[in-house]
Design a binder for this molecule. Structure first.
Ligand code: SF4
Length: 68
């Protein structure tokens, strides 16, 4: 299994939150984008189902957050 998600460079969530100091975002990136739950990412599943990426604010867990 690769060490990082193959979609990193094209993932809106990762691009938007990669430098975030928010602990939840950091946790998601560590667990999903660079971790063992990579294959369970709901953003990935969304892409497959809809043929298009989900909103950037949708977390890998499938929850959409409000950032304002
Ligand atoms: S959020 Fe999901 S699709 Fe995006 S980089 Fe992380 S693991 Fe990959």
């Amino acid at each position: 299994m690769p060490e990082t998600c193959a979609l990193l460079d094209s993932c809106g969530f990762f691009k938007k939150y990669r430098s975030s100091s928010d602990l939840a975002c950091k946790g998601f990136i560590a667990k999903y984008c660079r971790g063992q739950q990579m294959s369970e990412c709901k953003r990935k599943q969304y892409r497959q189902q809809h043929g298009a990426p989900p909103p950037d604010e949708m977390m890998p867990s499938g929850v959409t957050i409000k950032t304002d």
